[in-house]
Write a protein that binds this ligand. Structure first.
Ligand SMILES: Nc1ncnc2c1ncn2[C@@H]1O[C@H](COP(=O)(O)OP(=O)(O)OP(=O)(O)O)[C@@H](O)[C@H]1O
Ligand SMILES: [Mg+2]
Length: 251
């Protein structure tokens, strides 16, 4: 557990290259407890690479990376159960029902079956899938499958939730309601969340803070978003244009 005041994610002067392709350089940022932070950047700017470094699937070449007080790559086991990840595709197992998919993480962590089933059902209710628990993935819409995936991610009560453009394959209205529901659940349960997207609207809708990744030079722009910005069309569009200009400048 991270002590109050300690960031859940802390990156300092992080560098990552694949061969001669230097994808990340001089990257510094923190994500505090309960914060929802969006990482924006053009395609190929290294967003998924940052997420992979944070979840410990690949090491940084240089710099320091701390997640919930541990090095996610070298101390991978310490983050067991503390970190939940949801990807672009929902990755549900087709032979398991919605509730059987949702409870997977709990069973892996050793929770007794009956208790896991009960917790998974509670989370299916929270993501508005009451009554759909016994359906198989092929019987669900894309948006419903993403909701199962979210329930699966959240039901282990993770300290940190990482999302990689989880809602981008859905139609606009579906992804918009899903985003709003996710943000309200994350706030209600004080979840810390880093999510990656190249859609400025997604970022402004969900996040408390947006970071724009500049390839090779860290964070090019950092902006806080609050209700007063979200509710003012004028301020929203001004901020949108400002972010777009910074993202565009990296082309
Ligand atoms: N495992 C890898 N091996 C070699 N190169 C890689 C690897 N992973 C990523 N890259 C390269 O790193 C760069 C950044 O990739 P990354 O997937 O992080 O970008 P992204 O910002 O997530 O893009 P998108 O918006 O398209 O998802 C690209 O040039 C990519 O080719
Ligand atoms: Mg990506």
């Amino acid at each position: 557990m991270s002590a109050a005041g300690n960031p859940v994610i802390e990156l300092r002067d992080v560098r990552k290259a694949f061969g001669s392709n230097v994808v990340i350089e001089r990257l510094d940022f923190d994500v505090g407890k309960g914060e929802i932070v969006a990482l924006l950047g053009q395609t190929g700017s290294g967003k998924s690479t940052v997420l992979n470094i944070v979840m410990g699937t690949i090491p940084a070449d240089a710099g320091s990376v701390r997640v919930a007080g541990s090095d996610p790559y070298r101390q991978f086991a310490r983050l067991r159960g503390k970190l939940a990840v949801s990807f672009q595709t929902d990755r549900l197992l087709p032979w398991r029902t919605a509730v059987e998919n949702a409870e997977i993480g709990l069973l892996v962590l050793g929770m007794p079956k009956a208790k896991a089933r009960q917790v998974a059902r509670t989370w299916l209710d929270r993501v508005k899938l009451t009554g759909a628990g016994d359906l198989y993935p092929h019987q669900l819409s894309g948006g419903m499958r993403q909701r199962v995936s979210l329930a699966r991610a959240l039901c282990v009560d993770p300290e940190l939730v990482l999302l990689d453009e989880s809602f981008s394959q859905l139609d606009h209205v579906t992804s918009q309601t899903l985003r709003a529901d996710f943000a309200s659940i994350a706030r209600e349960f004080n979840k810390t969340c880093l999510f990656v997207t190249h859609r400025i609207d997604d970022a402004m809708e969900m996040a408390d803070r947006v970071l724009v990744l500049r390839p090779g030079a860290g964070i090019a722009l950092e902006e806080g978003i609050d209700a007063s910005i979200r509710s003012s069309l004028q301020r929203r569009s001004a901020l949108h244009d400002k972010i777009a200009a910074v993202m565009g400048a990296e082309a």
